[in-house]
Design a protein around this ligand. Structure first.
Ligand code: DQQ
Length: 463
């Protein structure tokens, strides 16, 4: 019923009603993709966390399922917080954080967090199995277990906040999903990179290991970090039983406004996929007027090529393409060229020749509220939003990649925009809130010329 609303997405997973945040328990199990997510079914605001559930054959078209976990036991009384899913001898098993407020709701200084197990035989109904791991001494914030199997053991990373208010990722080793031993502190924040590292994920990619995490309380001053909460990653090498040798410290993962708590999983054919919550704590969420809030990003394939971490939409997303409109190569000079009167669900790929473009600013606009443009002098790509009716006026930007050709692949789905730069070298993901009559999509160039050397666009399925 929410589908008729102005902001409700066509092809991104959003809650059937109410609130959604982090993706949880992403897994390919017995021929089906499962996405669980942090969910408050009773209102459009965050509240006692449930696990919502949806399934898909292709990671693109999702079918809602009944709520998988609801808070209520003594150990998860105030919320079934984030976690992950694994197959344990054919049983779909969820490992999640049981959250309890000890001193009143929202009071972060007195909480109890433990890791819990729930299992299912049919992939639909889950039975809670109780607490499997309690926090070490002096650690109170202890959540978001990500579990995997390697080298004949179970492994778990958990996000934590140490006694001096620095984020940490703790590593545990298990002989079963119920029996865990502390292995080591896998990585720690420095003073600028957050007081709590939420939603860690640790996995091999190429011949490296990637540690993703979502720090709270990033200090942006003196850094290029653009959000207070900011998902990022560290790179390095790891083998079971050894330290994580970090070769590159914390880096932002996506450069838009709304990208948090990503989780990875492996697709049927082994591709490493990540999906994030496409919203952000403390942001204005105008979709609440429609009775819902929060959606997930497109699934993105992660690879390492020539030392670069790349993130592109999974190829299954191309099955959404409907009407194809190739764009004629052209030189734009101080004017606006309309591509579509009403872009609701659109993919557009643009290739700009930077060596023949001297305009101060050029790129695309959606209505008068969104622009994605190159700022020649700053040598940056901007994503800028202006929705004064909602008090939103801000921009995010990223350094232009090297080279004369700049490819922008852009997805628009009602209230979201995702930009993939040069085959996923950089991405910018943001929520947008245009009025229904202000969705014209155009190319523009200001003060000078811009050369579009190639372009394609598609309307995307809204079924
Ligand atoms: N969201 C969950 C927590 C996690 C946070 C609660 C990150 O488990 O740490 O909804 O957005």
């Amino acid at each position: 019923p929410l589908r008729g609303n102005a902001f409700y997405p066509n092809f991104h997973l959003a809650p059937p009603a109410g609130w959604m945040n982090d993706p949880n328990g992403l897994i390919y199990h017995q021929g089906v993709y499962h996405a669980f997510y942090q969910h408050h079914p009773f209102s459009e605001n965050w509240g006692p966390m449930h696990w919502g559930h949806a399934i898909s054959k292709d990671m693109v078209r999702w079918q809602h399922q009944p709520v998988a976990l609801a808070p209520g036991e003594e150990f998860d009384r105030d919320g079934c917080f984030s976690g992950s899913a694994v197959h344990d001898n054919g049983t779909l098993s969820l490992i999640y954080t049981g959250h309890v407020w000890l001193n009143g709701e929202g009071n972060d200084s007195a909480i109890r967090e433990v890791q819990c197990l729930a299992t299912s035989q049919d992939g639909l109904h889950f039975t809670k199995q109780g607490v499997v791991l309690t926090p070490p001494e002096n650690i109170m914030h202890f959540r978001d277990p990500k579990v995997w199997q390697e080298d004949g053991h179970w492994w778990m990373v958990v996000g934590a906040r140490d006694a001096s208010d620095c984020g940490q990722v703790l590593l545990y080793k298990g002989t079963s999903l119920r029996d865990w031993t502390f292995d080591r502190v896998l990585a720690k924040a420095d003073a600028a990179s957050g007081y709590m590292w939420e939603c860690p994920d640790f996995f091999p990619l190429g011949d490296e290991n990637i540690l993703m995490c979502s720090p709270q309380g990033i200090r942006t001053q003196g850094h290029d970090y653009q959000n207070l909460f900011q998902s990022g990653y560290l790179r390095g090498h790891w083998q079971p039983g050894h330290h994580f040798e970090i070769t590159q410290g914390f880096m932002e993962l996506d450069h838009g406004h709304d990208f948090y708590a990503p989780q990875s999983f492996t697709a049927a054919d082994g591709r490493r996929i990540i999906i994030a919550w496409m919203d952000m704590w403390e942001s204005v969420m105008p979709s609440k007027e429609e009775g819902w809030a929060g959606c997930l990003t497109l699934p993105r394939e992660l690879t390492l090529r020539d030392g670069k971490l790349l993130m592109v939409p999974v190829e299954e997303v191309c099955t959404l393409r409907r009407e194809h409109r190739p764009l004629t190569p052209c030189v734009l000079k101080g004017h606006v060229q309309q591509l579509s009167e009403n872009a609701q669900a659109t993919e557009i790929i643009l290739q700009w020749d930077l060596s023949h473009s001297d305009a101060e600013r050029f790129g695309i606009m959606l209505g008068d509220g969104l622009s994605v443009f190159v700022d020649k002098q700053a040598q940056r790509l901007f994503l800028s939003r202006d929705y004064s009716a909602y008090g939103i006026q801000d921009s995010r930007s990223v350094v232009l990649p090297e080279g004369n050709l700049l490819e922008l692949r852009v997805y628009i789905d009602r209230s979201s925009v995702e930009v993939f730069v040069n085959q996923g070298e950089k991405t910018l993901s943001s929520r947008i809130y245009p009025q229904p009559d202000k969705r014209a999509l155009s190319l523009f160039a200001e003060k000078g010329q811009a050369m579009l050397s190639q372009g394609d666009s598609w309307t995307l399925s809204t079924e």
